[in-house]
Design a protein around this ligand. Structure first.
Ligand code: UD1
Length: 416
């Protein structure tokens, strides 16, 4: 197991280049197996979740090869319909292979991804959606087995705008017979990126990025080249680090529109923001005003930025309320932040954060990806040294986290 040792930063400065979006790359890699030729994806972040998705595709008989930030994927002769348990349990997004496998092979056996630290995370909406298109599922011994002869377009209303369910249903209906309409669909930028990719392949998808997506099934998809959109959560995390360290930093290679809810909160807190076409600069004052946040599906405040903002609020002036509405157990970082001196009370899905002048370094443990990142941010402003354990969670989602923070002037080292 690896650890980060973080010491109080003497302010950050400079520019950091944001990598491609993990959450966009994962469904797009899964959907690449629909093409018979070679798909070339660029701006792919080299992260453990991505390596694991590639690992599954290789186990199923496909090829996935890296060259720099490019990934070359082909799936000419599938050799198995069984998605291996050992890898699936490492990351939930493996469930995004459900639809592509059903279309490509007509059959799939995939372990239920199960719960994870941030919540139960059921897959009922994925299965309901694909069942209404004509797939048949059985569940036994922790596995879902799916079969389909033919998928037929239909109208699907999602009870909740689930990102993963919207992606699985969109992929399944791209080659279904006739028209599929997804209502109350997720509108996250990653959904639009997947739709752009499928449309380049020859799909006919309209309305991605709105809550009503209309898909006209096609018979064939071609292999294409596609550049993954920048990671809005990675960008938001570095900006939050800059603000916590009362610094002036810039993130580049981003789409500022994608982090609008985060930028809006920064403005409310009295932080100066300079937006350009593909970069955002924050200039933080010496005192940061408190603010309240409520996580919501896009374009609301992202749940994936909640932990980092909890760390930020713990050193802001005054009391902030944080309401987590998307996942039922996403406050794992709070006891660890409290060990560092943060003053936070939790009542159900609400955290009440009383800003304090300073935090103190401590030994803490990352319990999940974004919560782990929030502990690193807290370490940047805490007196003394913070040791963060279980950083494999953090490395699932941040490419070269230590290196990028060091390039901004942070004092962080990784110990294997
Ligand atoms: C994706 C992101 C994750 C982000 C989340 C919400 C990826 C790989 N991960 O996760 O980083 O935090 O969106 O923005 O893209 N739900 C059900 N039934 C289902 C599916 C979901 O009840 O069948 C519930 C979940 O338990 C959760 C809520 O819906 O409470 C949102 O989940 P969802 O949008 O599906 O998140 P993911 O796609 O898993």
């Amino acid at each position: 197991m690896s650890r980060y040792i973080v010491r109080k930063a003497n302010g950050l400065s400079g520019t950091v280049k944001i990598s491609g979006s993990k959450n966009s790359a994962l469904p797009i890699i899964a959907a690449s197996i629909l093409a018979e030729g070679e798909t070339v994806l660029s701006n792919v972040p080299r992260l453990t979740d991505i390596e694991n998705m590639c690992g599954i595709i290789r186990c199923l008989g496909g090829k996935c090869e890296w060259s720099g930030d490019k990934l070359f994927i082909s799936f000419k002769k599938p050799k198995s319909y069984i998605v291996p348990y050992e890898i699936v349990t490492k990351f939930r997004a493996s469930f995004l292979l459900l639809a592509p496998m059903l279309i490509r092979i007509g059959k799939v056996q995939i372990p239920l991804p199960g719960g994870c630290p941030i919540g139960a995370r059921p897959v009922d909406l994925h299965l309901k959606g694909l069942s209404s298109l004509g797939a048949k599922f059985t569940q036994d011994h922790g596995f879902v087995e799916g079969k389909c002869r033919k998928l037929t377009g239909t109208k699907i209303y999602l009870d909740f705008p689930s990102v993963g369910a919207t992606e699985n249903i969109m992929i399944a209906s791209v080659m279904a017979e006739g028209e599929t309409i997804i209502e109350n669909a997720a509108t996250e930028p990653e959904i639009s990126d997947l739709a752009d990719f499928l449309n380049k392949m020859g799909g006919k998808i309209q309305g991605a990025g709105t809550d009503r997506i209309v898909i006209e099934g096609v018979k064939k998809l071609n292999s294409v080249r596609h550049k993954i959109i920048p990671d809005r959560i990675e960008a938001g995390t570095y900006l939050t680090a800059g603000v916590m360290c009362k610094s002036d930093i810039t993130v580049e290679n981003i789409i500022p529109e994608h982090i609008k809810p985060v930028i809006a909160k920064f403005s409310e807190m009295g932080i100066e923001i300079i937006e350009n076409e593909n970069s955002v600069r924050v200039i933080a004052p010496s005192k940061i005003r408190h603010t309240d946040i409520k996580t919501l599906p896009f374009p609301g405040f992202p749940t994936d930025m909640q932990s980092q903002f909890t760390a930020l609020m713990s050193v802001a002036e005054g009391t902030s309320l944080i309401v987590e509405t998307v996942f039922e157990n996403r406050f794992l970082h709070i006891p660890e932040l409290s060990r560092m001196g943060a003053k936070i009370k939790v009542d159900g899905r609400t955290a009440i954060v009383d800003g304090t002048k300073s935090l103190t370094g401590a030994k803490v443990k990352a319990g999940d990806l974004r919560g782990g990142a929030s502990l690193v941010l807290a370490g940047l402003v805490a007196q003394g040294e913070t040791e963060i354990d279980c950083i494999e969670h953090i490395e699932r989602g941040y490419e070269n986290f230590g290196e990028k923070l060091r390039s901004l002037g942070a004092d962080i080292i990784k110990i294997q």
